[in-house]
Design a protein around this ligand. Structure first.
Ligand SMILES: Cc1cc2nc3c(=O)[nH]c(=O)nc-3n(C[C@H](O)[C@H](O)[C@H](O)COP(=O)(O)OP(=O)(O)OC[C@H]3O[C@@H](n4cnc5c(N)ncnc54)[C@H](O)[C@@H]3O)c2cc1C
Length: 347
């Protein structure tokens, strides 16, 4: 086994979809939990914080020097199991680890929890994916195998490991709908543990993994239960219009953009509930705030989907931050609605 190599002074710019970011003092790309543990030991020796990085599609990294150990989670591998194999696998050593219950409180209690309940039905497939796999490739492979449950989440950029962090969602579906458990490396205790879906605190674009006290938990694998005989989830209004009975992944409207979406508190699909109707944030930006095509320097709201903030080329993190704050202020003044950022700010 080759020894894990640390890299020094690594530019994070090209590791983010925004193409913005300064220089990380130390950088590791880890392919398994042993390497992850080594990276944390290294950080402890240097007395520096660790920051986990997946596909870099939901982070705004500051422009300056980042005095931390940035660890890219590159743990690969996908297992597809069905029938008796699910039960066999369930009984194997890898599934014997203790489950973990955590809360969003300041001092999360860690308790043995849930039994992992996997239905014996022949019509389900149990999938375990490494955190470093690309989310959209997992969806595409599930669809290719004729499996249902995550197809509405097609096209969302990023890694499998980051997907539970904000309970990714689109078109009336969320990752929590099919997620069975999350396997984490607890960097404080050095243990690998399983957290059952019910204990992940999933809410709209939120989970226990977002809270600062749980940043010690690095997601290394995620398990899903998918169905063989599913039906299309057409809860989202536009899907009813565009669905044409073809069995294929539902294509996401965001192209591969150097940008990130805005949202506002607690409303799925960037909608605001009023007494009678749901109003899309995109519509509010265009029609109530006059922000269609809003641009400042190298930062703009994307013409075709105004909830997406894009770097037109050469923008700094500070420019993006100032731009999003200005958009939020204009929306607040015009409507009283608070715009929230799903994007995570690094330093
Ligand atoms: C154009 C565009 C469209 C998008 N559309 C949607 C959408 O429709 N729905 C939606 O929900 N999201 C959407 N997103 C947001 C983004 O795709 C998701 O949040 C995605 O899950 C981020 O994955 P990532 O690997 O790029 O995470 P990163 O950006 O690398 O990291 C995001 C956060 O997760 C943490 N993290 C990363 N990996 C791990 C790990 N293994 N363990 C613990 N913490 C970790 C990081 O420290 C950071 O805080 C969109 C983003 C873009 C740019």
């Amino acid at each position: 086994m080759t020894e894990l190599q640390v890299q020094e002074d690594v530019s994070l710019r090209d590791l983010t979809t925004l193409k913005i970011g300064g220089i990380a003092r130390y950088f590791f790309s880890v392919g398994n939990e042993q390497e992850l543990a080594s990276a944390f030991r290294f950080a402890r020796e240097k007395a520096l914080p660790v920051v986990a990085l997946g596909g870099g599609s939901n982070v705004l990294v500051s422009d300056g020097r980042i005095n931390a150990v940035v660890v890219r989670i590159a743990i690969r591998g996908i297992k597809w199991m069905e029938g008796e194999d699910i039960l066999k696998f369930r009984n194997s050593d890898i599934l014997k680890s203790q489950n973990l219950k955590i809360s969003k409180s300041q001092n999360p209690t860690i308790l043995p929890s849930h039994d992992l309940s996997i239905p014996k039905s022949q019509n389900v497939v149990f999938v375990i994916a490494g955190a470093g796999e690309q989310w959209d490739q997992l969806v595409a492979e599930a669809v290719r195998r004729g499996l249902w449950g995550i197809e509405n989440l097609s096209g969302i950029p990023g890694s499998v490991g980051a997907a539970p962090v904000q309970n990714i969602g689109a078109y009336g579906a969320e990752i929590k709908d099919t997620l069975e458990w999350v396997e984490v490396f607890d960097s404080e205790s050095g243990e690998v543990r399983r957290i059952a879906s019910a204990d992940c605190g999933f809410e709209y674009r939120d989970s226990v993994f977002k809270s600062p006290e749980n940043k010690k938990l690095i997601i290394i694998r995620v398990a899903f239960l998918l169905k063989r005989n599913g039906t299309p989830n057409l809860a989202y209004r536009d899907l009813k219009q565009i669905f044409n009975d073809q069995f294929d992944a539902l294509k996401h409207i965001y192209p591969a953009l150097p940008g990130f979406p805005l949202s506002h508190s607690g409303h799925s699909g960037a909608f605001v509930d009023s007494d009678r109707v749901k109003i899309p944030l995109a519509w509010i930006l265009d029609n109530l705030c006059g922000l269609k095509g809003f641009r400042k320097g190298n930062v703009a709201l994307f013409e075709r989907q105004p909830i997406v903030v894009v770097n037109l080329g050469g923008a700094s993190a500070e420019e993006v931050r100032a731009f999003t704050e200005e958009v939020a202020r204009i929306v607040k003044d015009a409507t009283g609605i608070t715009v929230e950022y799903e994007v995570q700010f690094f330093f």
